[in-house]
Design a protein. Structure first.
Length: 263
């Protein structure tokens, strides 16, 4: 049994600052972490935390230090990839033990039975994401090394369109390339991402692709081309990915309802 928590799009800034003048993202992450600690016995042992990008809202060293302090109560190893709000070098400097010393922030690590592969889609100075030739080569080689074992593949930008135009306009530019790279992998694979602050599921070359919700805000599902652009305040927790002879993904909400009531 392997269990990996996925937290995404925490958008941490300096203490006392509100994101877009509205969101206290640090307080939201603190509430999520305290909720996770309080249900620790219910969800059982967790092996690691995957953070799928936009840890920071502004890419500052200070925001990464605050992020680390906020998730420290979990007491779990962190595996992180950058999102469009992150900055590669400050992130690398803040997580020297987890991230490579140079080049794209790609990594491959085995956690229990699961091969976790993290990919860097950050195009600094832009909001969209791209898988470079170097990163796609890294992915192909990592899948060769995984050799049919279960894979949890993570990237910030969804490898699928969400239907929300203003988010798809800043999506992954080469979705076809990842589809090509993962097609034919002989083992089980879940592809997980963030960026759209909500949970959506689809299939990429026969593998389940899942976007995780954000603990501080979301975007309304509105397929109209003239949909209002902006975010909604909403705390929507995180995901727990389990491997036990197959993948299972559970959504962990931020606040427990009242109960249990007898039937
Ligand atoms: Fe993002």
């Amino acid at each position: 049994m392997t269990a990996i928590l996925q937290i995404t799009d925490t958008h941490i800034v300096a203490e006392g600052v509100l994101v877009s003048g509205k969101l206290d993202t640090g307080a939201a992450l603190k509430r999520l972490v305290s909720r996770l600690c309080s249900i620790h016995d219910q969800i059982g042992p967790v092996d690691a935390v995957l953070v799928s990008g936009d840890l920071s809202d502004d890419g500052t060293a200070e925001s990464y230090e605050r992020f680390k302090a906020l998730v420290a109560p979990l007491g779990l190893p962190l595996h992180i990839i950058p999102g469009n709000h992150d900055a590669r070098e400050p992130m690398r400097a803040a997580f020297t033990e987890q991230l490579p010393g140079n080049g794209p922030l790609n990594w491959h690590v085995q956690v229990g039975n699961v091969h976790m592969i993290g990919l860097d889609t950050l195009v600094e100075g832009h909001r969209h994401g791209t898988l470079t030739h170097e990163t796609l080569t890294y992915l192909r080689n990592a899948l060769i090394r995984a050799n049919g074992a279960p894979v949890l593949l993570a990237l910030h930008h969804p490898p699928f369109p969400s239907g929300i135009k203003f988010m798809d306009d800043i999506g992954l530019t080469n979705r076809g390339a990842i589809k090509q790279a993962v097609s034919g992998y002989s083992g089980k694979m879940h592809i997980v991402c963030g960026h759209i602050h909500s949970m959506m599921l689809t299939s990429i070359a026969g593998h389940l692709a899942i976007s995780a919700p954000s603990p501080n805000s979301t975007f309304e599902y509105d397929q109209r081309a003239d949909a209002p652009v902006g975010f909604f305040t909403q705390e929507d927790g995180c995901l727990l990915h389990r491997w036990n002879d197959g993948f299972q993904t559970v959504r962990i909400g931020p606040v427990a309802g009242a109960g249990p009531y007898s039937f």
